[in-house]
Ligand binder design. Sequence first.
Ligand code: IMP
Ligand code: MG
Length: 176
Amino acid sequence: MYVPKEIEKILFTKEQISERVKALGETLTREYKEKNPLFLCVLKGASVFFCDLIREIETPLEIDFLRASSYVGTDSSGKVELETSAIPDISGREVVLVEDIVDTARTLSLLKAELSGRGALSVKTVCLLDKPSRRVVPDFSADYTGFEIEDLFVVGYGLDCSQRFRNLPYIGVYKT
Ligand code: IMP
Ligand code: MG
């Protein structure tokens, strides 16, 4: 198996991720059955999770993509950059925002606030990973979470460090 030297240890294997994504898919299938939800992927980090997740959902749905970024290297910059011009028309829709990881929660809370003013029937959030100990936005949590983790910098399965390691099929702890 390909494990770059920067990876300290594997936190979740491909199999563990796949099992959890399947379970999330079952929950979301029940929740959104025949509601024609719009799944929005927060690029780039959530892309791998998103593509696996939507294929575990057994009801008609639509997809679209948004871009947001805040991290510089292994540190949160504190400033979220969001491409608002790329936000699709969501009025009257059941919207599900899909993010890779909730850390300070600045990104997902800002995105949720931005989308909530645009006439959607509902805006819910899904994240693969959650680092609750890192919160800056108090009391924010995603509606659906894959795994809670400690305060570790992780890469793989879409998550990067300066754009690297997104292609790893597992989630690993980055040596800082
Ligand atoms: P937040 O706005 O601080 O919650 O940050 C969320 C964004 O920071 C995520 O979408 C990721 O892109 C990035 N991020 C936070 N923690 C990690 C990590 O451990 N590895 C890679 N990216 C991370
Ligand atoms: Mg991200």
